[in-house]
Design a protein around this ligand. Structure first.
Ligand code: PMP
Length: 302
């Protein structure tokens, strides 16, 4: 079958959840006056499904509602209703192994900033295929750089809010790409390690795993929290502590965690080789344990 035909067929099949209805992609349209578009005013989640189950659905829904709360954005749906809507969208698209994007925008407003003049928030759910890092990168590890764009100040736009305004991360990503890397390490205003542009960061020292605490200016990653639990089960010591670039350069191992990337080793930072070169034994173990766990738990797509 010619490739374009497969793509066309797929396009027809894609159903987008928009404010309570499943509509074909071509009809899934929102207003140019939506403040999600005009001001990045809204919140979102990226979620995975594995083997016909949605992974950590409740944790993602909780984070979505917490982000919305921080923005004084009242989601016109209960958490249970939102979880059901995600499952329904996956079922309609047969997204058994995929990536789900859940978006809540402030809604249609005026050209002014005032969010209280916006009509109802818009709820969008897209169940799509997952774009993964190539397998080679899991075997060989990533080379990354620290960049000049500092992570948003918690006192200004708290990075714990997963908002539709991702310019801080995009500016850092541009710097990484310009430096020939796929990811960047972002520092906070004190020069401490915060996180990567779309992933959390961990260092390994002997039997200990260390990651920055949430008050260093990070998104509290759901993968991060799962990995911390799994690592403890593996007998590793896990702590949250301030990390400097020196701590990264001199670590035995470094890895990133995130919904899309899962767990991926970092082998070079700012042209310093990390540890012995390739991803080390702790990282490789956690990549494996996380994959097994993710593929065998979650809310069934019925
Ligand atoms: N930090 C940032 C800035 C992110 O956008 C993400 C999600 N892509 C993460 C960390 C990882 O979070 P999670 O494990 O919940 O996907």
């Amino acid at each position: 079958m010619p490739r374009f035909f497969v793509q066309q067929q797929k396009e027809v099949l894609v159903k987008i959840y928009l404010n309570g209805k499943l509509v074909p992609e071509r009809q899934a349209k929102i207003s140019v006056f939506d403040h999600g578009l005009l001001y990045g005013d809204g919140v979102f989640e990226g979620i995975r499904s594995y083997n016909g189950r949605v992974f950590e659905l409740d944790a993602h829904i909780d984070r979505l509602y917490d982000s919305a709360k921080a923005l004084a954005l009242e989601i016109p749906m209960t958490r249970a209703g939102m979880a059901k809507a995600v499952i329904r969208t996956c079922a309609a698209n047969k997204t058994m192994d995929g990536y789900i994007r859940l978006v809540v925008t402030r809604g249609v407003g005026t050209l002014g900033l005032n969010p209280y003049l916006c009509e109802k928030p818009q709820i969008i759910i897209i169940a799509a295929d997952i774009q993964l890092y190539p397998k080679k990168l899991y075997d060989e590890g990533l080379s990354i750089v620290t960049v000049g764009t500092i992570r948003n100040l918690s006192e200004a736009v708290n990075p714990r809010i997963k908002s539709l305004n991702y310019l801080n991360n995009i500016l850092a990503k541009i710097e990484a790409i310009n430096a020939g890397c796929m990811e960047a390490v972002m520092l906070n205003a004190q020069g401490a390690v915060a996180e990567a542009t779309g992933d959390n960061i961990f260092v390994v020292r002997g039997n200990a795993l260390i990651t920055p605490p949430t008050n260093e200016g990070i998104l509290e990653g759901i993968t991060r929290n799962v990995v911390m639990d799994l690592a403890r089960e593996q007998g590793l010591e896990v702590s949250e502590a301030r990390l400097s670039r020196y701590d990264l350069y001199t670590a035995d191992e470094v890895f990133l965690t995130g919904t899309a990337a899962e767990v991926i080793g970092v082998v070079n930072i700012d042209r310093r080789q990390i540890g012995d070169g390739p991803p080390g034994p702790v990282t490789r173990k956690l990549v494996k344990v996380y994959r097994q766990h993710a593929r065998s738990s979650g809310s069934p797509i019925a």
